[in-house]
Ligand binder design. Structure first.
Ligand SMILES: [Zn+2]
Length: 270
C-alpha cells in the first residue's frame, strides 16, 4: 500500500504509510471535511489563501483542520510558491509565516509545521528514516523540470548531513497523464534539462499536443537525486479526474480551491 485516505473528525486526508516514521507526521488534505467553504469552486475545505475566496474564511478552515489533527498552536511555515525551484531552510518563529520566493522548505526543528498548497501540481514529502529532518516541495511541471525535488534532497544533505539514501519520499495526488495536456514548450523544457520523453510524454489522442506524466517526472528526478526507488511512494489519484476529492486548476478553469500538504517533526515528549 503506497498511500491511503484517512478520516479524522470528518477531514478526509491522504497519508503515505511508509513515511510514518516515529517522531514525524504528514498529510495531504482533500476538499472533503467540515470546512466553511461553499459553492462548486471551493466546497468544502479550501486551504488556499490566494484563491479568490475570503481569506478570513480560509484561515478558519486552517484552524478547524489543525485542531482536527491535533496541530493547533504549532508554528507554521509556508513558501510564496512562484513555480520556481528555490528551497530554503525554515528557521524558528511563531504563528503562520510565508517565505518569499520559496517553493520548497526543509527543517530539523521539532514542532515546526512545513506546509504548501496545490491544485494539480504535485507536493513532494521528504522524511528522514531517522526523523532528523523533513522537507516539502511544490512541484508543478516547471518546478519538477527545474529540479526542485533534487534541490530539496541536496539541502537536507548540506544542512543536516542526511544522505539521499536515508530519505523516504511521497508524491501527492497531482494532475495525471490522463488529463495533463501540454504543448511544445514543455517538451522543449524537458529536453533542455536532459530528461527523456520515454515514460514521461505521450502524444495526445488528437496528435496536436502531449500528455505529461508529472508524477513519473517527479519520481525520476527524486531517484536521480539518490532517493532509493523503493523509498519513493506516489498517490495514484488524478486531481482533475477526482472532483469528489480534489480541487483542480485545469479542470475548474483557474477558479478553484487548494489542498494543503504538511510535514513536521513532533515536539519532544509529545
Ligand atoms: Zn485525470
Amino acid at each position: 500500500m503506497d498511500w491511503y485516505l484517512d478520516t479524522r473528525r470528518g477531514f478526509r486526508t491522504l497519508h503515505f504509510p511508509d513515511l510514518k516514521v516515529p517522531g514525524t507526521g504528514h498529510g495531504f488534505t482533500s476538499r472533503q471535511g467540515p470546512g466553511e467553504s461553499s459553492g462548486e469552486a471551493f466546497a468544502f475545505l479550501n486551504m488556499g489563501l490566494r484563491t479568490g475566496e475570503d481569506p478570513e474564511l480560509v484561515k478558519k478552515n486552517h484552524r478547524l483542520f489543525l485542531e482536527g489533527v491535533g496541530l493547533q498552536g504549532y508554528p507554521l511555515v509556508t513558501g510564496e510558491q512562484v513555480h520556481g525551484s528555490l528551497v530554503v531552510e525554515a528557521g524558528p518563529g511563531r504563528g503562520f509565516r510565508v517565505i518569499p520566493g520559496a517553493d520548497g522548505l526543509v527543517t530539523d526543528r521539532q514542532g515546526l509545521v512545513l506546509n504548501l498548497f496545490a491544485a494539480d501540481c504535485a507536493l513532494l514529502f521528504l522524511v528522514d528514516r531517522q526523523a532528523r529532518a523533513v522537507g516539502l516541495a511544490h512541484a508543478g511541471w516547471r518546478g519538477a523540470v527545474a529540479g526542485i525535488g533534487p534541490r530539496a534532497v541536496q539541502l537536507l544533505q548540506e544542512k543536516y548531513g542526511i544522505r539521499p539514501g536515508d530519505l523516504l519520499a511521497g508524491i501527492s495526488p497531482c494532475i495525471g497523464p490522463c488529463c495533463f495536456q501540454v504543448r511544445e514548450d514543455v517538451v522543449r523544457a524537458l529536453k533542455e534539462q536532459g530528461l527523456p520523453r520515454e515514460g514521461l510524454l505521450t502524444p495526445s489522442p488528437a496528435g496536436d499536443s502531449w500528455l505529461l506524466d508529472l508524477q513519473a517526472l517527479n519520481r525520476l528526478q527524486l531517484s536521480r537525486a539518490g532517493v532509493p526507488a523503493e523509498g519513493i511512494f506516489a498517490a495514484s489519484l488524478c486531481t482533475a479526474c477526482r472532483q469528489d476529492l480534489f480541487y483542480s486548476y485545469r479542470r475548474d478553469g483557474g477558479i478553484t480551491g487548494r489542498m494543503m500538504g504538511y510535514v513536521y517533526l513532533e515536539r519532544e515528549g509529545r
